[in-house]
Ligand binder design. Structure first.
Ligand SMILES: O=C1C[C@@](O)(C(=O)O)C[C@@H](O)[C@@H]1O
Length: 244
């Protein structure tokens, strides 16, 4: 059974911690003992992306649900290689992980990445990132439609918020998402609230870090976990049961 799908099925918020390939064995042990729900492997930040190396990093996280991300430089990531090579990487990891994340803007490969995920029962997250601003609701609605058209199981929207009006745009996107599964994140200092409270509006996953803060507005794992437990009783109950 896909571990991430099982957790999503509980209908509680999930907390992901993002990792690169820096001492994966130690990082994975720390994640396991801290009770991290999902390990996001930022393959675009790996020192090497040959199949053997990538497979070994995924294996280090054995026992934890793994989300594989190979973020393009165009959307703030570290992948500067070609799209064919990126598709090959996704195909390589799809059988080994619980979920993949690919941008809708990766037009040449997005449908194939989704198909590779589905062929191996992995969750397909189709994402949109805007590190500059939060577009208006019509533009974001079009992104959501586009992501669903290519077969997204979850549509992820992460945009820079500079005003509370931006937060309202993103909140209304969530509130009106109907039966579309969504992850919505406001980046930046004003956006920090979204990382704790958008799960109450249905955002399925919140991203955190252990160690060095990768994205503005993120809170670290310990703080995120404490706040999610405080404000989401169902999450707290499940963690309490796991700890007992
Ligand atoms: O796209 C996202 C969201 C994110 O950028 C954030 O702002 O939390 C963190 C990334 O690791 C993840 O892939």
């Amino acid at each position: 059974m896909n571990g991430m799908r099982a957790l999503l099925g509980l209908g509680i918020p999930l907390i992901a911690v993002s990792f690169s390939d820096d001492d994966s064995e130690r990082a994975a042990a720390e994640a396991r003992s801290a009770g991290v729900d999902v390990a996001e492997l930022r393959i675009d930040r790996f020192s090497r992306t040959d199949a053997g190396h990538v497979r070994a990093q995924v294996r280090a996280f054995d026992g934890l649900p793994v989300l594989a991300t190979v973020r393009s430089a165009a959307e703030g990531g570290g992948w500067t290689g070609g799209e064919e090579a990126r598709l090959e990487l996704f195909r390589e990891v799809a059988p080994l992980v619980d979920a993949v994340d690919v941008e809708l803007s990766a037009r040449a490969i997005v449908a194939d990445v989704v198909a590779a995920a589905h062929a191996h029962d992995a969750v397909a997250i189709v994402s949109y990132h805007n590190f500059d601003h939060t577009p208006d609701i019509a533009e974001l609605d079009a992104v959501v439609r586009g992501a669903k058209e290519v077969g997204a199981d979850i549509v992820k929207i992460s945009t820079m918020a500079t005003t509370t009006a931006d937060l309202k745009v993103l909140a209304s996107l969530l509130v009106n998402s109907g039966d579309t599964e969504m992850i919505v994140i406001a980046m930046g200092a004003i956006g920090t609230a979204s990382r704790i409270f958008f799960p109450a509006l249905g955002s399925r996953l919140t991203y955190t870090f252990i160690g060095h803060q990768p994205t503005s507005g993120q809170l670290d794992y310990a703080e995120t976990s404490a706040l999610i437990r405080k404000f989401h009783p169902a999450y707290d109950e499940r963690k309490g049961a796991v700890d007992a």
